[in-house]
Design a protein around this ligand. Structure first.
Ligand code: TYM
Length: 338
């Protein structure tokens, strides 16, 4: 049986990278697979979150998923903290994963920066919780952007080690699904950095809540080099900002980058940016409108999350029971009983 799990952190505004790299692919997969889409609030608190803002961001993130086209009936949409199995399985994985594995995680190094000693233990163990998210449901496929690839390799290592240590094929070895022309959308201000919720400059990203004027302004101000667009994709080599804008256009227009360079080759960026802004507004306006509508109806979003958590708990309970039994925990009903 194929089952999809993916998650998104409620740590600020969702942006074009989240949409093109992840959520749009979720929408495409939802008919084919049984899917769980999670607002990962336990992951969010690995760095400080103001409690009131966190609550608002959980609602907002769920609203964004729905506004992008994730069907709340067909799929399970929920927030992680409401299914205790995530934290319970994560603890077991803390005891399976090796320090050496976590020491190799590039995202921890980037996020902790020079202040490693001051980073939370949660930030360090973050990938173990991510493995627990996925394996609590024995999910087989995980659609994400390129930046999550290393974490998914760790998930595979954890599943494999657990199965080997206990001599039972409890967990599947998950397949990452990283596809589409925008698996890594870069910052509009710096073509070497990925577009990110945590970038200090709001001009680095297009938020799903930005209005048409803001989107156009941010694209107009996006960094480029002085040359016109090349007429082949080879001509984008060593031009990261140009490559990023062509990639965004291609993703929004659902074209290959080759089709974009052959259409716009020779154009000045000032003109190409106008075409890109028009396309971005056209594609994002319905999402923004729907987000605004949903944000005005928080009870609806809360009901989706509550129902999702119930359904997720039902799927998680037998897996957790099985794992407790395999590990040897004694419960009310014998090993694994709770
Ligand atoms: P997060 O919240 O950083 O991002 C959510 C999704 O958006 C993708 N993404 C991007 N794709 C393309 N270009 C970008 N600039 C860009 N920025 C973000 C991410 O790859 C991701 O798919 N650790 C995860 C959340 C998580 C998770 C999970 C994901 C927790 N548990 C289990 C999958 C399965 C994260 O921080 O995503």
């Amino acid at each position: 049986m194929k089952r999809i799990f993916s998650g998104i952190q409620p740590t600020g505004n969702l942006h074009l990278g989240n949409y093109l790299g992840a959520i749009r692919n979720w929408v495409r997969l939802q008919g084919e697979f049984e899917c769980l889409f999670c607002v990962v609030d336990l992951h969010a608190i690995t760095v400080w979150q103001d409690p009131a803002e966190l609550t608002a961001n959980i609602r907002k993130t769920a609203a964004a998923m729905i506004a992008c086209g994730v069907d709340a009936e067909r799929n399970i949409i929920f927030n992680q903290s409401q299914v205790p199995g995530h934290a319970q399985l994560a603890w077991i994985f803390n005891c399976v994963a090796r320090m050496g594995w976590l020491n190799r995680m590039t995202q921890f190094k980037e996020k902790a920066g020079k202040h490693r000693e001051n980073a939370s233990v949660g930030l360090y163990a973050y990938p173990n919780l991510m493995a627990a998210d996925i394996l609590l449901y024995k999910a087989t496929h995980v659609p994400v952007g390129e930046d999550q690839k290393q974490h998914l390799e760790l998930t595979r290592d954890i599943a494999q080690k657990f199965n080997t240590d206990f001599g039972k094929p409890v967990f599947p070895i998950v397949e990452p699904l990283i596809f589409g022309p925008a698996t890594r959308v870069m910052s509009l201000r710096d073509g070497s950095k990925k577009m990110s919720k945590s970038d200090a400059s709001d001009y680095s990203r297009i938020n799903l809540t930005d209005d048409a004027d803001t989107i156009a302004l941010k694209i107009r101000k996006a960094k480029t080099d002085p040359d016109p667009l090349p007429d082949t994709v080879e001509g984008l080599a060593d031009r990261p900002e140009a490559e990023n804008l062509v990639g965004i256009y291609a993703a929004l227009a659902e074209l290959e980058p080759e089709a974009v360079t052959s259409q716009f080759g020779g154009w000045l960026f000032s003109r190409f940016k106008e075409a890109l802004a028009e396309l971005a507004v056209e594609r994002l306006a319905p999402v923004t409108a729907e987000m605004n509508r949903l944000q005005a109806d928080p009870r609806y979003v809360e009901a989706v999350l509550a129902r999702g958590a119930e359904r997720a708990n039902d799927l998680a309970a037998p897996v957790l029971r099985e794992v407790y039994g395999v590990v040897g925990f004694l419960g009310r009903d014998g090993a694994g009983g709770t």
